[in-house]
Write a protein that binds this ligand. Sequence first.
Ligand SMILES: Cc1cc2nc3c(=O)[nH]c(=O)nc-3n(C[C@H](O)[C@H](O)[C@H](O)COP(=O)(O)OP(=O)(O)OC[C@H]3O[C@@H](n4cnc5c(N)ncnc54)[C@H](O)[C@@H]3O)c2cc1C
Ligand code: SF4
Length: 404
Amino acid sequence: MSAALEQEIADVLGRRACSGCGLCTHLDPALRMELDAEGFARPRLVGASRAVPDAAAVFRRSCPGVVVRAPDAAPGAARDPLLGAQVGAWRAWAADAELRHAGSSGGALTALHAWLVASGRAARVTGAAADAAEPRRTVPVTIVSRTDALRAAGSRYAPVAALDSPDVLRPGSAVCAKPCEVSALRQAAADLVPGEPPLLLSFFCAGTPSQRATDELLRQLGVQADEPVTALRYRGLGWPGRFRARAGGREVSADYEESWGSVLGPTTQWRCKVCADGVGEAADVVSADAWEADEHGYPSFADGDGTSALIARTARGRRAVLDAAAAGVLELAPLDMRALAAAQPLQTQRRRFLRARLWGSALAGRRPPRYPGFQLLALTLASPRTGLRVLRGTFRRVRAEQGR
Ligand SMILES: Cc1cc2nc3c(=O)[nH]c(=O)nc-3n(C[C@H](O)[C@H](O)[C@H](O)COP(=O)(O)OP(=O)(O)OC[C@H]3O[C@@H](n4cnc5c(N)ncnc54)[C@H](O)[C@@H]3O)c2cc1C
Ligand code: SF4
């Protein structure tokens, strides 16, 4: 690896700022994404370095452990300080009932994936799915048919370096990945992809849990570490759907609050706790859970027919959504952005007080990624007391972690 790239990556890892996106494997093909001791995907050099020209410079512009830039809003788009820019926003679901049922919320992304490849709009879509050989693990997959799209439907609440696939840089591709991954690819595409950049699809993301949490959840459900697992889903087959695994001819399962709420969600990596962009501002189209709020204004996780909130951030993204709807692939209805914000308390609270968290982390000696253009200062200053509390709490937490 070029010494400069090596230093840059060591710096990101040392600051616990790596999101595990996998972009750097394209800057030096001798890098491999592997699970570290804490159960997160991290780059590791295997063999002699083969860094591409200007690797360190591209890394500094693109790695989400270094920087995530708020993209310029598309012409005519209004930028909401909490949810980002939009040129179109809908409640949406797959018209195909099987895809809707399989998807995490309304199967909107799965329907788009199947239509993009069937209509020739994309030669392939990169997504993420259970590893066929070891379904406890999650891997990037290439979608070229409805069957592939269906197999990849549903969220994977576990590490997967979605950009660790040669397909993400191939002309004519579309890529569905987490917000940090689409930001990295949007930046790097200018250097690494000849011609038009890939169509970028994403989803709101609260953060990546440790792989260890999946293993722990299986253990709590009675599946031993050495027992072969033949299928594992985190969501879908209903809304929100259950965590389900097949092992030894039986199915074990846990509901969304038991799985995400109690075991998976609490283990999200540090990088995700200091993330400015859980809402996919660099994507062309982003999907989210269009939860209904209960009487206390809190999202209701009662099972039902899934509905996605679909936001087009660019004219290209809007065209894809509207053409898919005209082709009878997506059902669209009006979306109330205020209701969406109310149903996404993690996203809105994290962004509101992020400036304070970033200060707390930096003061304690752990430099966070940079987030130019997100206007975080104004958001935090609107509630200075809470900001101060968050700053102090983050400072103490980072200091305590560093003292261990
Ligand atoms: C870690 C994580 C955190 C999330 N946090 C939130 C949140 O805070 N708020 C919210 O509204 N929604 C969140 N979601 C997204 C939500 O679970 C749904 O995916 C979203 O509503 C889209 O639903 P859909 O039915 O349109 O997608 P689907 O039709 O189910 O398609 C989802 C697509 O996402 C891809 N994918 C799944 N998991 C991953 C992964 N880990 N990395 C890369 N690609 C993946 C798959 O390839 C699949 O094609 C999160 C998802 C993940 C994976
Ligand atoms: S965040 Fe992505 S690009 Fe940066 S070091 Fe980690 S895997 Fe590599």
